[in-house]
Design a protein around this ligand. Structure first.
Ligand SMILES: C[S@@+](CC[C@H](N)C(=O)[O-])C[C@H]1O[C@@H](n2cnc3c(N)ncnc32)[C@H](O)[C@@H]1O
Length: 309
């Protein structure tokens, strides 16, 4: 069974088609690309130090052309033979910050909420996770995940194209729940954390990663019109105190926390695989300590949270 009967039932409608019955004019062309990816034999899959697959196949250009149709690749990198999918974010940097927390994923059943294209979920398998369920409503990410898992070919990772609050998940319990880069996009952050907590096993842990505003902003910074560092839909950027005050309210105990990490143009930038505007349009070029809108520049932090017993 993949985690629970409820997860199996939810996944059933995406078993044969990763987009289920979603309506999007791009789905047909994505399915065509996925169907044209070559079958491979004797693949060597690496998920511990990177996400890569090596196999015998002469025409790498053909695969590269197909994968380039799935742009923008925001999370990665991935390597498929000699094709290096150099995504906008060097997501390994965030993963290394997580690994510094010495968190044990061995044998865990995991929910990765807002998983993007599954880059981190593949790395979770590389750290020994038993099963990873990804929830990701953005169908471009779902197309990329399907392409990468065509090569990785793991039965232990699944992606469902739904938002957490619309997924219908209620009764399943996960050992570890990741929410990375989501809190500041929520109109109701308390509801988001409550939803995570409700799906957590009693001794489970939430791994929360988010942008932190400085203490001068009080408990929370509320960007006007939801625009922050050129990102839309940023409703609340909590300070460390602001986060901890919500955790207390929800009886979530901080069991570990990382240092603050400043985002820079080595971690996020335009590439051939994401040729649009990127971090360079996020900050004030004359004063890189503030965003283009005049707010403190983004710093990110991990918290590991458990239920108060
Ligand atoms: C900023 S990205 C972060 C992606 C990845 N977790 C990371 O840390 O790099 C936020 C992702 O969450 C997804 N998302 C936003 N709201 C969501 C929700 N309510 N449930 C599940 N996913 C959501 C978005 O589609 C987007 O891919």
């Amino acid at each position: 069974m993949f985690i629970s009967k409820e997860v199996e039932a939810l996944y059933y409608q995406y078993k044969d088609n990763p987009f289920g019955n979603k309506k999007d004019s791009r789905i047909e062309s994505w399915l065509e690309i996925l169907n044209r990816l070559p079958s491979i034999l004797n693949a060597e899959v690496e998920l511990v130090n990177e996400v890569s697959v090596d196999f015998d196949f002469k025409d790498s250009d053909k695969i590269e052309r197909l994968l380039l149709h799935l742009i923008p690749w925001r999370k990665g990198p991935f390597r498929i033979n000699d094709i290096f999918i150099d995504s906008e974010w060097d997501s390994e940097k965030k993963w290394k910050r997580f690994q510094k927390l010495n968190f044990d994923l061995d044998g865990k059943s995991i929910l990765d909420v807002g998983s993007g294209n599954g880059y981190y979920a593949f790395r979770m398998l590389g750290m020994g996770a038993d099963k990873v369920l990804c929830l990701e409503p953005n169908l471009i990410h779902v197309s990329q995940f399907s392409a990468i898992n065509h090569f990785v070919n793991s039965e232990n990772i699944r992606m469902i194209p739904e938002r957490l609050e619309e997924s219908g998940l209620e009764n399943s319990k996960f050992d570890t729940i990741f929410s990375m880069g989501l809190l500041y996009h929520q109109r109701n952050p308390i509801e988001h954390l409550t939803n995570l907590k409700n799906l957590l096993a009693d001794d489970g842990k939430i791994v929360l990663e988010t942008i932190i505003s400085p203490k001068e902003c009080g408990l929370v910074l509320e960007p006007s019109n939801g625009k922050y560092a050129s990102m839309p839909n940023v409703h609340f950027v909590h300070s460390d105190n602001g986060c901890k005050s919500i955790f207390r309210e929800l009886s979530l105990q901080v069991q570990a926390e990382s240092d603050l990490a400043v985002t820079n143009d080595k971690e996020q930038r335009s590439t051939k695989w994401m040729p649009f505007k990127s971090f360079e349009s996020a900050l004030n070029l004359q004063n890189k300590s503030i965003t283009i809108e005049g707010y403190p520049a983004p710093k990110r932090k991990f918290y590991v949270l458990g239920k108060v017993s």
